[in-house]
Write a protein that binds this ligand. Structure first.
Ligand code: ADP
Ligand code: ZN
Length: 637
């Protein structure tokens, strides 16, 4: 039986039992419930005209015609009271009815449950019902769009020009396949789109259908993987039967790796069901000639785990990489999505693109959406640059938690910590410029220093890496210099973790230590079915010692450099911390002013808040001990 269905039926049964129990005894509006003592008082005050006793529950009516209800303890004296006070008494033949009703209440859910079960079993056997019903075993769960229903066009897909070019000819083919076959061209039947989640693979596949105005069938690989052997295979069969009827068309299979993993490599033995499904898919793909006009597009971000049989000529023999967008791609994607919301003119998508390295198309779409939400919350009809800033910060660093009250001391320490990062970052060579420094708690971080890379970086020089190490230490060192060694907080735990990783990779992976030399000591991507993993290469103990010493020396070198910088710029450190305590967030302009020794101008969107005036009692901070750890975002420390 279908797992979801079973669970659904059981849940329904449980809901029914609960409902039956709740509704069981309440025949009188609960508002009329009174206590037993109140009841007795009423009786003795001769306010009660009649009662109906149903087991332990007493329903009554006053002389004022108001009903009430009470539950009696076993009170043998009650009858005498009632009789003495002229109350008309009636009672239910309670034993029997309550027994009957309890039987009914306890069996009803099961009767219904069995009924529901029988109903669905019959429905399945007869094969009727809607095409996409969850209770249908064999039929493909594909989402179908008729020809012309897909409105997405190539112009909606931005920043992936190469991929678009590669699939461009498929549109021509789908539009007029005879033209293609006449000249003997071989039409691809399977295209594998490779790329991280959210890069627009689905979007691109849809755009092909939209441009060619052909039907679009979409199904996810995980939909094929069912508990019952044969279901996945029959879904594949049905899907292709349907597709052939509607050819030319596109069949899109998302997450192909869910079915297409290398056979016989599953953990804990093979998965018969998956293999059958995969075999059926291969059969279907071999079964149609190119001129049938079905183009199968599959998406994955793990092409390496796919079964070789899938990649053979005539199957998914063409790979289209859909990469994460670069800076220009991001700008174009932003423009596509910004078209859909009313944006202020002075928003510069180029600058937003610069501040969002690593964002996928889906992330950028989300960014625009979040910005629009900020504008909507402010009841503004237009999205401003500031909304984008806030949306970006929210996505990259978690939502601001203005409700979390920091103590004055925590605020001060955080201000020095972040100022330390910023000042060191601005004083070492090849470091990205500071974009903003903030001590507003976000996500798990108490404060954040953001850098804005000038461009996407594909590689890092040793000098830049060491600069990064220095700025990572700036936070902890500023705390130490100002408050003394014993007052440093756990706030630097993430900084320390990252700097350790960085130094370790420099020595063990990137060959950036002159003593150890250009050797690698880590094996990346463990092969085999357990997926990726790091494993250490065995090394001699003397090498291990040398590696450790080198890591330590890189760390020490930059720790000391960071310390020297902060000691020599102690006035600037004080000034920046002061500005942070006052404004909480300062931008590049203020940071630069402070670095020049000038008094910073208040940030443009600065409005004094009244909820953090000194003297306000501190709310307890209910957070794990290491709340001060910074976020994981590579750009923030
Ligand atoms: P994938 O299939 O690669 O996981 P999707 O195609 O489902 O990603 O992308 C999700 C959403 O992200 C899309 O609906 C679209 O709004 C946005 N998006 C992703 N990539 C792009 C792009 N290159 N251009 C425009 N929007 C994009
Ligand atoms: Zn830090």
């Amino acid at each position: 039986m279908h797992a979801k269905m079973l669970i659904g039926v059981i849940a329904f049964g449980i809901a029914l039992i609960i409902f039956a129990n709740i509704s069981g005894g309440n025949k009188v509006d609960p508002r009329f419930s009174i206590t037993y003592s109140e009841f007795l008082n009423k009786v003795n005050d001769r306010e009660v005209s009649k009662v109906f006793i149903d087991g332990k529950t007493i329903y009554g009516m006053g002389h004022d015609n108001k009903p009430f209800k009470t539950d009696s303890p076993d009170d043998p004296g009650m009858m005498a009271d009632l009789i003495n006070n002229n109350v008309e008494i009636s009672a239910s033949p309670q034993e029997k009815t309550s027994f009957m009703s309890s039987v009914f209440v306890s069996w009803l859910p099961f009767i219904i449950l069995i009924g529901v079960w029988v109903y669905f079993m019959r429905r399945n056997q007869s094969g009727g019902g809607g095409a996409s019903g969850a209770f249908k075993f064999g039929k493909a769960k594909a989402k179908t769009f008729e020809a012309g229903q897909v409105k997405i066009k190539f112009s909606d897909v931005a920043g992936v020009e190469e991929a678009k070019e590669e699939v461009g000819e498929i549109v021509d083919f789908l539009k007029d396949s005879s033209h293609f076959t006449r000249v003997g061209g071989r039409i691809p039947r399977g295209i594998l789109m490779v790329g991280s989640p959210g890069t627009g693979k689905t979007l691109l596949a849809k755009a092909i259908a939209g441009e060619a105005e052909v039907p679009f069938f979409s199904i996810s690989g995980s939909d094929f993987v069912e508990m019952f052997v044969g279901v996945g295979a029959s879904r594949v069969r049905d899907l292709f039967v349907e597709a052939k009827k509607q050819a030319p068309c596109i069949v899109f299979i998302d997450e192909i790796d869910a079915v297409g993993r290398k056979r016989g490599s599953g953990v804990g033995g093979g998965n018969d069901e998956r293999e059958q499904t995969l075999n059926q898919l291969l059969v279907e793909m071999d079964g149609f000639e190119g001129n049938e006009g079905i183009v199968v597009i599959a998406a994955t971000n793990r092409p390496d785990v796919l079964d070789n049989a899938l990649l053979r000529p005539g199957r998914f023999d063409r790979q289209v990489t859909v990469p994460l967008p670069d800076i220009r791609g991001r700008e174009q994607i932003l423009k596509v999505h910004m078209r859909k919301v009313p944006c202020d003119e002075d928003i510069n998508p180029g600058i937003i693109a610069r501040g969002t390295p690593g964002f996928s198309g889906a992330d950028l779409a989300n960014l625009v959406n979040e910005a629009a939400l900020f504008a909507a919350r402010a009841r503004r009809g237009i999205v401003l640059n500031n909304d984008f800033e806030k949306a970006k910060d929210k996505i990259m660093m978690g939502a601001e938690r203005r409700s979390m009250v920091m103590s004055e001391q925590e605020k001060e320490i955080t201000a020095y910590h972040e100022a330390g990062h910023a000042i060191v970052g601005l004083s070492v060579p090849e470091h990205d410029p500071v974009h903003k420094v903030s001590i507003i708690p976000r996500g798990r971080a108490l404060g954040v220093t953001m850098y804005l890379p000038e461009e996407d970086r594909l590689s890092y020089s040793k000098r830049r890496l060491e600069s990064l190490l220095s700025s990572l230490f700036g936070g902890r060192l500023a705390e130490e210099i100002i408050f003394g060694e014993d007052s440093v907080t756990t706030g630097a735990s993430n900084d320390i973790q990252r700097s350790t990783e960085l130094a370790t990779n420099m020595v063990k992976k990137w060959g950036l230590s002159s003593k150890v030399g250009p050797l690698t000591f880590t094996e990346e991507e463990g092969s085999g079915f357990l997926g990726q993993g790091h494993s250490e290469k065995p090394v001699s103990s003397s090498t291990a010692e040398m590696i450790d010493a080198e890591i330590k020396s890189i760390i020490d070198r930059n720790y000391n450099r960071s310390k020297d910088i902060l000691n020599s710029k102690i006035d600037i450190l004080h000034a920046m911390a002061k500005a942070l305590i006052e404004y909480e967030t300062i931008d590049r302009l203020q940071v630069e002013q402070i670095m020049r020794g000038e008094k910073p101008t208040p940030p443009s969107d600065y409005t004094p808040r009244d909820d953090d005036k000194p003297g306000k009692p501190n709310a307890p901070v209910t957070e794990p001990a290491d709340i001060k750890s910074d976020t994981d975002n590579p750009q923030t420390v």
